[in-house]
Design a binder for this molecule. Structure first.
Ligand SMILES: NC(=O)c1ccc[n+]([C@@H]2O[C@H](COP(=O)([O-])OP(=O)(O)OC[C@H]3O[C@@H](n4cnc5c(N)ncnc54)[C@H](O)[C@@H]3O)[C@@H](O)[C@H]2O)c1
Length: 315
């Protein structure tokens, strides 16, 4: 049986990835400090398939809890929503620097394939749209989002250096907005915000005039791309956007959410936070070519699933 180590595996994307790895008959070791995740997300897995290790991956990893061999290391641990990475700003800088180094060292020790979860935030507030991987970005290095944006950029630079110096088999995925069940309802990201507000009869909060754009990728599509990056040979050093190229304004997204949720559209406007990107749209030419991948789940279908999850939680 093959073994994978997933940092941040108790979180939103991580727990869905663990489901997939287990379904592919892998043994998964999850390292997580639960700062934004929960073991509840993995409650359906037995210890025979998933080993849970409570630790901060920015600190030295507990060798007594690690497997003797591993084929794959996926580094997902990092606060991901602005509310959390502002609250945990220094922890975010550390998990993407020290934590990435620990994950890379583990991959090197095991001779394992390595996947770094990077982000479209590496592009900052982009001056080109859609964003191809060749675009170097437009990032404020000292603003309130820089603890996340810049530390992810550092994580990418460190990963590339481990490839150059130690020849590890690493790949970098830049995730754009991903959504679906197991997102935290209060994490401030637009999908859980809107769905929670729709379910509780509140107006949907829009920051700024709602003309800023985003593109939303359903989590099963995201996991399919990670699985491709984990299993396809010959991708060492590749940096690949993973996201849905269907770009829409936040205002239009609010209309779709209200429609799927069966509620009248009511909007409450709030000021735009500093450095909020004006547009986000992945160029996925590379993902199509290298991973033979593109998103399959339509927005309305993905939102139905997300509503069903939040309804169960009784908002
Ligand atoms: N969800 C998205 O739309 C999106 C977009 C771009 C990038 N990403 C990246 O994908 C990854 C997963 O994001 P997510 O949405 O699942 O977030 P999440 O907050 O649900 O999951 C992150 C997990 O990492 C854990 N974690 C954080 N710091 C840790 C530390 N120091 N030690 C151990 N565990 C730690 C958390 O407890 C949590 O379980 C992150 O690296 C994020 O930057 C996500």
């Amino acid at each position: 049986m093959k073994t994978a180590i997933v940092t941040g595996g108790a979180g939103f994307i991580g727990s869905h990835l663990v489901d997939r790895l287990v379904s592919e008959r892998m043994f998964v070791v999850v390292l997580d400090n639960l700062c934004t995740g929960s073991w509840d997300n993995l409650a359906h897995h037995s210890e025979q398939h998933v080993k849970r290790v409570l630790c901060n991956v920015s600190d030295p990893w507990p060798s007594e809890d690690l497997p003797t061999s591993a084929n794959l290391v996926v580094h997902l641990a990092s606060p991901a929503s602005p509310i959390h990475y502002r609250r945990l700003a220094i922890e975010t800088l550390l998990v993407n620097s020290e934590g990435t180094k620990n994950a890379l060292d583990a991959a090197r020790r095991y001779g394992a394939r390595f996947i770094l979860a990077s982000t479209s935030e590496a592009y900052g507030d982009p001056a080109v749209s859609p964003q191809p991987e060749t675009y170097w970005g437009h990032v404020n290095p000292i603003g309130p989002r820089s603890c996340y944006d810049e530390s992810k950029r550092f994580a990418e630079a460190l990963t590339m250096e481990y490839i150059r110096q130690y020849d590890i088999d690493a790949r970098i995925l830049r995730f754009f907005n991903c959504y679906g069940p197991r997102m935290q309802s209060e994490d401030g990201r637009v999908v859980p915000n809107f769905v929670r507000q729709a379910l509780s009869g509140q107006p949907l909060t829009i920051y700024g005039n709602g003309e800023q754009t985003r593109s939303f990728c359903y989590v099963s599509d995201e996991v399919e791309a990670i699985w491709g990056a984990a299993t396809i040979d010959g991708l060492q050093g590749e940096v690949i956007n993973v996201g849905n190229p269907q770009e829409r304004t936040i205002l239009n997204f609010a209309e779709v959410v209200a429609d799927v949720g069966g509620v009248p559209l009511e909007i409450e406007s709030q000021p735009l936070p500093p450095d909020d990107p004006t547009n986000r749209c992945p160029d996925i030419t590379k993902a199509r070519k290298l991973l033979c991948w593109e998103p399959k789940v339509g927005l309305r279908d993905g939102l139905e699933e997300t509503f069903a999850f939040f309804r169960q939680k009784a908002y």
